[in-house]
Design a protein around this ligand. Sequence first.
Ligand code: G3I
Length: 305
Amino acid sequence: AGTLGAAAAQSGRYFGAAVAAGRLGESAYVTTLDREFNSVTAENEMKWDATEPTRGSFTFGSADRIVDHAQSRGMKIRGHTLVWHAQIPGWVQNLSSAADARAALTGHINGVMGHYRGKIHTWDVVNEAFADGGAVGSLRSSIWTQRIGNGFIEEAFRAARAADPNAKLCYNDYNIDDADAAKTRGVYNMVRDFKARGVPIDCVGLQSHFGQVPSNYRRNIEQFAALGVDVQITELDIGGSGTAQADAYRRVVEACMAVSRCTGITVWGVTDRYSWRSGDTPLLFDGNYNKKPAYDAVLNALNNA
Ligand code: G3I
């Protein structure tokens, strides 16, 4: 196949990009998006500060523009993200008790998942809850751990299953790409525990914001899949350029394609021009929407699997 989305679809997978609603009026951006990708993630527009800036008042204008664009072109949509410590409005930061925080959490999950019920195949239910460094399993301190405690993750997944029983529910994080890293072990143990106790979870999102791709990345995908969850590569970007960057992208795609439960890949942007990693060139299209060596490597890896 001649495009990323079509090549991924040959094995029933998707190949997506993070999209900014504010760029949907730029013709080169939209042309590239529509030609190459068959899935989208809103880069910022479904986050809490965008969707519920005031308690109980939901605003979906920017997110709906992305959803409408994707739906009209037959693209899949990933939902990002329901419960996070960042990009939360002031009223969430000021939640005053466990009961207040629980009510806000449930209200938000119901409001956002309810609005998009039937349109979004996978939600990042909880994003980036684990701490960097420290003991295996340690969570980062946030309004959620402070008000509710570590059980907020389980509560969020239970609320999400009830809000949209047909959506796949993911735990999404960065620096959980190395199979043996302490942070990875913590997430692995949580998923194993959730599966053992019947807490609803369907997938793990490996953000995969890379400098170097871990040598055991494929084994990492395999070990999560062996717990009975899907793996999605959710925010892929790799610093650098040229052959080294292309080789790294090829390794990531080959690792996913080798595991049947690795069901899709999303790159965190369409073009280097608008990458969040300013000063770097971590994506598949350069600032003028030319295909990079990394693009060719990804397309070949998708086609050769
Ligand atoms: O929209 C406002 C604009 O009105 C204002 O003038 C401007 C001034 O700073 O800010 C704009 O908002 C920015 C927004 O991106 C949209 O461009 C925010 O400041 C900026 O913080 C925000 O950055 C986003 C970041 O998440 C926030 O945490 C990045 O675009 C987005 O790529 C990034 O994505 C995250 C994932 O959600 C989770 N995983 C890591 C990943 C990369 O950091």
